[in-house]
Design a protein around this ligand. Structure first.
Ligand SMILES: O=C(O)CCC(=O)C(=O)O
Length: 267
């Protein structure tokens, strides 16, 4: 993690990495995402559920190697290693799709602290490094432009020591112009957004008539936490490096992939 990234992530509670995917990585991931979205559910391998107008396509990261490679994006991997203190684990990787003819609804403001208690997600700085025990990496496969809608963030809220008053910000349901203090982030295709689960965030309704918003939701935790709900048949499809990434381990363990600055899928 660079000094600039550390400063911005600590200050705002999110990091917007522009062009984090190369054009080749983006094209391959985008084509694979379309194969998933456009396929008939009965033609897919087991556990790959989801169809428009729903928003979530389960285990999106595991559908195709082009999507699986995004869990080790070279521009993001050093950040995953820092935030997990060198103990990375991927918990899940759903693909979210907002679509002009499908899911377009707002998602109310939320964060792990609001939903599960103050102790549920940690954000700490120690030895000049940031540590998070629950954070999300969002690779964007489509452009989001001002006015389209999409993700909202309350910058700085990852450090809030007070509960958010429930009636603030239209009871948390923001369907039009974000109120002062709330920011609508508009990444372009190939950008990546990273945020801890304890930053307050939500989603505006999707307004673009000519585009979907396809985003992979890669959820990471330190490897001593509980493994994610990834069924055995889905695990078996993954490359050995990704199988190691999704495994839970003891506090004292060091994964082989965690020793690498760059991870390449071997199969
Ligand atoms: O970007 C999205 O559509 C959903 C993000 C979100 O609210 C979440 O992952 O908790």
């Amino acid at each position: 993690m660079t000094d600039e990234q550390r400063y911005l992530f600590d200050l705002f509670g999110y990091l917007h990495l522009k062009n984090a995917l190369s054009p080749k990585e983006l094209n391959a991931a985008s084509e694979a995402a379309n194969r998933y979205i456009e396929s008939a559910p009965e033609d897919r391998p087991p556990h790959f559920k989801g169809s428009l107008p729903e928003k979530g396509f389960s285990h999106g990261f595991a559908f195709d190697r082009a999507l699986e490679r995004l869990v080790f994006l070279p521009t993001v991997w050093p950040i995953v290693l820092e935030l997990t203190n060198g103990k990375p684990m991927l918990v899940s990787g759903t693909m979210m799709v907002d679509d002009p003819q499908g899911h377009t609804k707002a998602v109310p403001l939320h964060c792990a602290r609001d939903d599960y208690g103050f102790e549920s997600a940690r954000y700490e700085v120690r030895h000049d490094r940031i540590f998070c025990d629950d954070f999300v990496v969002f690779p964007y496969l489509d452009d989001v432009r001002p006015g389209d809608g999409g993700i909202l963030v309350l910058p700085g809220s990852h450090k809030s020591l007070f509960d958010r008053p429930r009636d603030l910000f239209s009871d948390g349901l923001i369907e039009k112009d974000p109120p002062p203090g709330v920011v609508n982030i508009t990444p372009s295709a190939g950008d990546v957004l990273i945020m801890p689960e304890c930053v307050t965030h939500g989603v505006l309704p999707w307004n673009a008539a000519d585009r979907q918003r396809r985003v992979l939701t890669l959820r990471y935790r330190p490897h001593h936490r509980q493994e994610g709900p990834i069924p055995e048949e889905v695990r078996q499809r993954l490359a050995p490096e990704t199988q190691e990434l999704i495994a839970t381990e003891h506090y004292t363990h060091t994964k082989e992939i965690a020793k690498l600055e760059k991870v390449t899928l071997s199969e």
